[in-house]
Design a protein around this ligand. Structure first.
Ligand code: FPP
Length: 250
């Protein structure tokens, strides 16, 4: 099989991929189009990437759709993004569900228009029994906000200081029950974390493919997964065998 054949499965498949879908605006600008055309192209690409993840056997996909800071964008762009999210729920929910996608939300729903919030809640309920791919949509999400929210809930629950452990914090995050992301991908060449999964990503492997999100296709994903397969994850420890070499030193 040709090594560039996109039907070839990468050897090592991570359990959980998280993606910062960056570069929609620049993709549109480069084509003389309005920014919202970039977000629409990014949405179509998301559908392709979800299908590729299902095909590759990925269990969890987390996508950064709208951050707590994105409210600061021009009103027209924020409203346009909300329309896109609503359209996706209206038009794609059944198909996503048929493909076995379970939708989950991470972030705060309380600032959203009640009609939109109800649609989101319906989508979560509608897909809750699907198991093929768990799709966490980070919407009105910020990593710091998530940690603040977790601390507030712990205090409300009367958690005592000596009961606070990493495991307990995990249980209070929006991602409770979801394994930490093995890899975090940020498209477009920007080298920042932007308040995304700052607790969960402590030992994630980061990838920065130099393409705008609408151009991050199945082959790009496959190449990124291949690169992941060549990384050595050490979690702050040494490579296997390194201790032995060290103890043999004079
Ligand atoms: C970042 O690109 C992208 C966003 C803030 C929005 C991401 C949203 C989508 C891809 C829509 C699909 C999502 C769902 C859940 C239906 P940017 O606008 O910052 O690009 P730029 O850095 O080039 O300006």
């Amino acid at each position: 099989m040709d090594s560039h054949d996109s039907s070839e499965l990468p050897e090592i498949i991570p359990t959980h991929i998280a993606i910062i879908m960056d570069g929609n605006g620049r993709w549109a600008l480069a084509r003389g189009l309005p920014r919202l055309a970039g977000h629409r192209a990014g949405t179509e690409n998301l559908r392709r990437v979800i299908e590729a993840c299902i095909e590759f056997g990925i269990r969890y996909l987390t996508i950064y759709a709208f951050s707590t800071e994105n409210w600061g964008r021009p009103k027209e762009e924020v409203e346009g993004l909300m329309d896109i999210f609503e359209d996706v729920i209206d038009q794609e929910l059944q198909e996503l569900s048929d493909q076995g996608v379970q939708l989950r939300h991470i972030g705060r729903l309380d600032q959203l228009e009640p009609v939109f919030r109800d649609k989101v809640l319906h989508a979560l309920d509608f897909t809750k029994n699907n198991q093929r791919l768990i799709l966490n949509v980070a919407f009105n999400y910020g990593g710091r906000d998530e940690i603040i929210c977790a601390i507030q809930h712990m205090i409300k629950d009367g958690v005592t200081s000596d009961a606070v452990t990493a495991d307990l914090v995990n249980q209070y995050l929006f991602t409770a029950g979801v394994p930490d992301p093995d890899m975090i991908i940020r498209t477009s060449g920007e080298l920042r974390g932007s308040n995304f999964l700052i607790w969960q990503g402590a030992y994630s492997e980061w990838f920065f493919p130099p393409v705008y999100w609408p151009d991050f296709d199945k082959e790009q994903l496959r190449l990124t997964l291949e690169e992941y397969g060549h990384r050595e994850r050490r979690y702050g420890r040494l490579s296997p065998g390194a201790e032995e070499i060290d103890s043999n030193a004079c």
